[in-house]
Design a protein around this ligand. Structure first.
Ligand code: ZN
Length: 353
């Protein structure tokens, strides 16, 4: 869009410096009503990039919704330069059912860039892609762990894409994971279409968790500062961890898990992660760290069967790196608070010999 003074967004002429709540029509209901995505267009007075911030692309993942709504609570909030599209709930049909999926059980986050003559999900994806991604320069997509799991806040992006890595680093969650994302996912297809997009993961479904929201809101401000859309320097933790390899440590036996770690815990190779026992406390086996690492996700459901994922571990290069990461996490208030807060969701017990 070349004319900065007045731009047309979702059918409305919006002047530079103006903010407007509006909606995007994405489908129609069984009763023939429009299904819409509510959103706010926030326009800066001066020219600059256009950035989307989306929550609840999985309809049950609400930490991002909470983070976005905290900005929207202030009608004056907005960038000096550029535009921000604030979208608290992208998957409105999943959200209406407290569900990750669309009513036809499809995952909207595998349907991009979409298809105008395809399934309901791919048609919706196509509308979102054309109306939002095609008109944005950068994107931030906010998620949580899937049901019965929790994530230590982390950013995911394709390290080979310099702009994505720039946004991920500026976001400042402290932990950054390499990867393009699955085929058909919003961030992968948006990035491939020329709109570098990062994913942020933190916490659990069906909750707005204060420490995760704090990490997300700081990160959004940081990215907008990095892009010179709002004043100030990004507040980024020193020496953020860049993870190239992660692994789910899985249960070998069925039974009840006593956890020895919590989200954000750093471990050295061989350190006990969880002990499995029968319901009457007969030890079955113990899971140990396969390498030096940091816990980026874990189950919140302590009852497991063989093969079920228990601890998601990011690989660190050496015990020295483990100590550095631990120090860095403790030095950053947002990360330290997230670690303390998320550890209260799981009972952690000392391993017995
Ligand atoms: Zn998700």
């Amino acid at each position: 869009m070349t004319d900065w003074k007045t731009q047309t967004w979702f059918g409305h002429d919006i002047d530079a410096g103006q903010h407007r709540n509006t909606e995007l029509e994405i489908s129609e209901s069984y009763s023939g009503r429009n299904i819409v995505i509510p959103l706010r267009v926030v326009r800066g007075a001066e020219p600059g990039p256009t950035v989307f911030v989306t929550g609840a692309l999985h309809g049950d993942e609400l930490n991002g919704t909470g983070a976005i709504r905290s900005f929207l609570a202030d009608p004056e909030w907005g960038p000096v330069r550029g535009n921000v599209l604030m979208i608290p709930v992208l998957n409105v049909l999943g959200f209406e059912r407290h569900s990750r999926y669309l009513p036809d059980r499809r995952d909207l986050n595998r349907c991009f860039p979409g298809n105008a003559s395809g399934s309901m999900a791919t048609r919706m994806a196509k509308v979102i892609f054309d109306a939002i991604v095609a008109k944005c320069d950068f994107g931030i997509d906010l998620h949580t762990a899937a049901v019965r799991r929790t994530n230590y806040p982390n950013v995911r992006c394709d390290f080979k894409n310099k702009e994505c890595l720039r946004l991920a680093t500026a976001f400042g969650a402290g932990v950054i994971l390499d990867g393009r994302g699955p085929k058909g996912s919003f961030r992968r297809e948006a990035t491939a279409a020329g709109c570098p997009t990062i994913v942020v993961e933190g916490g659990e479904v069906w909750k707005v968790e204060p420490s995760v929201v704090d990490c997300m809101t700081r990160g959004i401000v940081n990215v907008l500062q990095e892009l010179e859309m709002i004043e100030g320097e990004p507040e980024v933790p020193e020496n953020q961890v860049k993870l190239k390899q992660t692994k789910w440590v899985r249960a070998e036996r069925g039974g009840f898990m006593d956890m020895h770690v919590s989200p954000g815990t750093t471990v050295v190779k061989g350190q006990p992660l969880a002990t499995n026992s029968s319901l009457v406390q007969e030890d079955q086996n113990r899971l140990e760290a396969p390498f030096d690492g940091i816990v980026i996700g874990m189950t919140t459901l302590p009852a497991v069967q063989p093969g079920e994922p228990v601890i998601h571990l990011g690989k660190l290069s050496s015990p020295k790196t483990v100590r550095r990461v631990e120090k860095q996490t403790q030095a950053d208030e947002v990360q330290r608070t997230a670690q303390e807060h998320l550890s209260t969701n799981v009972q952690v017990v000392e391993p017995t010999d």
